[in-house]
Design a protein around this ligand. Structure first.
Ligand code: C2E
Ligand code: MG
Ligand code: MG
Ligand code: MG
Length: 277
């Protein structure tokens, strides 16, 4: 957390995110501490069924309440966790928090599936599926209330490993969605072999689809591809009523985005839920 001279002489504020030497080590120690001491919080963003208009699930998005830097978005620390041994503990911690929340809502008589983001490196861990199983049993939540989101690029890194992991997760009753779809290079062959339940169209295509003809065509094709493979399709990054209407008219199954609601802490999510029954 110090001021440094930039290359062109600009004075820059360089927080510990400048991952050089001591700063990087410092942030890593902080993150390790944060995972173990409850400084990571989950915000929840609703996902809406475009046919019924009803709430169909929530995505859990991690934030770090850093004592000095304030609330940090995942882009500021997930990549660091991925380059260190911390991504395993981070993912399992997030899964435990989400599972505990899913159980709480179920106990209140309003079960709601929660989606948790999983990193590429998690799937490389041979014990990943067993750890997921252990956490869900330990928390005491129905596996059907937890969904995992894996990015398309992740899956295509090692399609055979991904196929096996998804198969094993399905056997536990945990469904898997492909996140950021359209940004990677899935071959149709692999897509057909992966036992995923859903694809989430990357927000970069959805955001401008009501004004960009190209984006509209891409979104339309992804929806058709998903449906012809028997998958549900989610549009994310829905920022306007227009986009939502277009998605609905194209037969997209679910929508998620700022137009509906931003990711919220549990309290705000509960209030939103109450108002949008
Ligand atoms: P993602 O899984 O694709 O999550 C959606 C991101 O888009 C979230 O950003 C969300 O706040 C944002 N978003 C939602 N609706 C809109 C919209 O209408 N417009 C725009 N412009 N953005 C929207 P966030 O929370 O900053 O998360 C960014 C990424 O970080 C996530 O992308 C996910 O890949 C990763 N991430 C988040 N939580 C976790 C986690 O617990 N574990 C791991 N491994 N990665 C996570
Ligand atoms: Mg996601
Ligand atoms: Mg996404
Ligand atoms: Mg993403």
């Amino acid at each position: 957390y110090e001021a440094k001279r930039g290359r062109r002489g600009f004075l820059m504020f360089v927080p510990a995110m400048d991952e050089e030497g001591d700063d990087r080590l410092r942030l890593q120690v902080d993150l390790d501490h944060a995972i173990r001491h409850g400084d990571l919080v989950l915000h929840y963003q609703p996902k809406i069924d475009l046919v019924t208009g009803k709430l169909s699930g929530a995505e859990a998005l991690v934030r770090w309440q850093h004592p000095v830097l304030g609330m940090l978005p995942p882009a500021r620390f997930v990549p660091l966790a991925e380059r260190t041994h911390l991504i395993g503990p981070l993912t399992f911690h997030v899964l435990r928090l989400a599972a505990t929340q899913a159980r709480a809502w179920a106990e209140q008589g309003r079960p709601l599936p929660i989606a948790v983001n999983v990193s590429a490196i998690n799937l490389d861990d041979g014990g990943f599926v067993e750890s997921v199983e252990h956490i869900l049993k330990d928390v005491g939540v129905a596996a059907g209330l937890i969904e995992l989101e894996v990015t398309e690029t992740t899956l295509m890194r090692d399609p055979e490993r991904a196929r096996a992991a998804i198969q094993a997760l399905n056997e536990l009753g945990v469904r898997v969605a492909i996140d950021d779809f359209g940004t990677g290079y899935s071959s149709m062959t692999y897509l057909r072999k992966l036992a995923v339940a859903k694809i989430k169209i990357d927000k970069s295509f959805v955001m401008d689809m009501s004004v960009s003809r190209n984006d509209n065509v891409i979104v339309r094709s992804i929806i058709d591809l998903g449906h012809s493979l028997g998958l549900k399709v989610v549009g994310e990054g829905v920022e306007t009523a227009d986009t939502m209407a277009v998605l609905a008219s194209l037969g997209c199954d679910y929508a998620q985005g700022f137009h509906l609601a931003r990711p919220m802490d549990v309290e705000a999510f509960d209030a939103w839920w109450q108002q949008n029954r």
